[in-house]
Design a protein around this ligand. Structure first.
Ligand SMILES: Cc1cc2nc3c(=O)[nH]c(=O)nc-3n(C[C@H](O)[C@H](O)[C@H](O)COP(=O)(O)O)c2cc1C
Length: 510
């Protein structure tokens, strides 16, 4: 496989394996690109690349949910995008990913970047004219940029934070961004720049080396630059170049870069937006503003976007893949470093951001509570997820039926369903069950957003030493040698063996 240096190389690799759907007919940015994208997600179809977009110069392109995986293998295209074999098992992927994350690599600065092949400043820095931003769902508050890398710098140190927050385009040079306190760039803006009455320069990279978008959605600790982890993912330094109108450093491989400034105290209404949980909902409310100063781009640029959350059971969107292939492995890495022997952390395919399942060894009494408390507090789950299901390490977490069975059989209704009580802490305001009052205001999200973290302990409890308690009836646990004998006999009798059935397909864990 060729080395993947940008989103174009990635799309070429998809094409080679028959997973790119090139659309040559002209499509509209209003509902049409997103409608086609959503149906591709739903059908688990190829990734659409729109080569002709109404009202945009020839060569301007867009792609929907380019990194989404497929049913039963949410990680596979993200794996491909960072140079791994897309057919790698989920478990092997996670171990390789975590190993790479543990070797961050600093970026290198270069003088020129392809992302600045074409530069628009002043009156010509017009989002609507140059970037085919989609109107994604009927009912959205406006046209939205959703897959992006927002770059901002801590005014007190060398730390550059990269993050991915949704951005609504209001006019040719004005955008509103969903800054929820508790998130790092939101905190930089509210508590440092705005707190000191200073403008915050920003740059927003769209497209580019896939790892540069992936890191923006990952829970990387404050004070640590995401770009070092993008380097870790591809095992070489990421190339950066100075922005045209400010001193921020942007990835050279970006398809578009929007440069701008966020003034203290400025707000514009933002929302509603069809979000990852599968619902469009409000409130529409005042959000901080990005004033656009320049747009730079490559020739024939490609805008990636996502049609997030298509509703129940529609698992494969970029967000569900991102959650399981980028976010939870990062959390797994952190909790393992603290000594917790966790085997896997995943979100259910049907709605990854709504809860997480944790498969773990249980080394001592009281461990599950400690682990649940920790996961409820780490960045990522703490902002989004209120419900944690803890199961034994041998449970196939990709199979919700297996997980349900564990809960039904092993979680004692009195002793094993727990909640930590109402708490006021940073929390994404997008949950369906939160009332408007519980969602708080954006600025005060950190203090007003009420939430309650819960966990179900469905692990095997300590059994009486004498009786050893119930044992699961499976070949593997009761009589492994007998299994080989049965397998041999089935083969001799011309019946399919267990191995024949387990060749590929559904289980992405084993
Ligand atoms: C496509 C996409 C859209 C997202 N939109 C938002 C958003 O609007 N607001 C937000 O706070 N987080 C959003 N997130 C989640 C953050 O990117 C994620 O929590 C990340 O870790 C935040 O980075 P930070 O901790 O450096 O602030 C989004 C993630 C993705 C992948």
């Amino acid at each position: 496989m060729e080395k993947i240096k940008d989103i174009r190389d990635f799309l070429n690799e998809l094409d080679k394996i028959g997973e790119l759907g090139q659309v040559e007919e002209e499509v509209h940015w209003r509902l049409e690109m997103s409608g086609i994208g959503e149906m591709s997600n739903r059908l688990d179809d190829k990734i659409p690349l729109f080569n002709k977009i109404k009202g945009y110069p020839e060569g301007t392109r867009a792609t929907s949910d380019p990194y989404r995986g497929s049913h039963g293998a949410l990680h596979r295209r993200i794996a491909l995008s960072i140079g791994m074999d897309p057919n790698i098992s989920y478990y092997d992927y996670v171990e390789e990913f975590v190993d790479r994350l543990n070797h961050p690599i600093k970026p290198i600065l270069v003088d020129k970047g392809e992302c600045q092949e074409i530069v628009h400043t002043g009156e010509d820095a017009n989002i609507f004219k140059h970037i085919p931003v989609p109107y994604i769902q009927d009912g959205d508050g406006g046209r939205y940029i959703d897959i992006c890398t927002i770059i901002a710098k801590d005014p007190d140190s060398d730390w550059n934070n990269w993050c991915n927050y949704r951005i609504m385009v209001h006019s040719r040079n004005k955008m509103g961004v969903l800054f929820t306190s508790g998130q790092q760039t939101a905190n930089l803006y509210y508590f440092k720049y705005e707190g000191r009455n200073q403008p915050m320069p920003v740059a927003i990279a769209l497209g580019g080396l896939p790892a540069t978008s992936h890191v923006a959605g990952m829970p990387i600790p404050s004070g640590v630059s995401e770009v070092d982890y993008a380097g870790a993912m591809i095992q070489e330094p990421v190339e950066l170049v100075k922005a045209v109108t400010n001193d921020l450093l942007v990835p050279t491989s970006a398809e578009f870069v929007i440069e701008g400034v966020m003034l203290p105290g400025e707000r514009v209404d933002e929302g509603p937006f069809g979000e990852f949980l599968g619902y469009i909902h409000g409130p529409r409310r005042p959000a901080p503003v990005i004033r656009v100063q320049a747009i730079t781009h490559r020739k024939n640029p490609i805008l990636p976007f996502s049609v997030s959350g298509g509703g129940h059971g529609e698992a494969t969107t970029y967000l569900s893949s991102e959650f399981n292939a980028l976010l939870t492995p990062t959390v797994l890495n952190s909790v393992r470093k603290l000594g917790f022997p966790v085997k896997a952390i995943v979100g259910p395919e049907t709605n990854s951001y709504a809860s997480v399942i944790i498969a773990t060894k249980v080394p001592y009494k009281g461990y599950v509570k400690e682990l649940a408390e920790l996961i409820a507090a780490v960045p990522g789950p703490s902002m989004y997820v209120d419900l944690y299901w803890v199961v034994d390490e041998d449970v196939d977490v990709s199979n919700m039926e297996d997980v349900w069975e564990e809960i039904m059989l092993k979680a004692h209704p009195v002793k094993d369903w727990h909640n930590f009580g109402e708490r006021e802490a940073p929390r994404s305001p997008l949950n369906i069950y939160q009332t408007a009052e519980e969602k708080g205001t954006l600025r005060l999200g950190a203090t007003v957003a009420k939430t309650c973290k819960c966990y179900i302990d469905a692990t095997t409890k300590e059994w009486d030493e004498k009786t050893k308690g119930p044992r699961r009836m499976e070949f593997e646990t009761l009589y492994p040698a007998y299994k080989d004998w049965v397998e041999k006999n089935r083969k001799d009798y011309g019946l399919p063996t267990y191995k024949d059935f387990r060749h590929e397909g559904i289980p992405w864990w084993k």
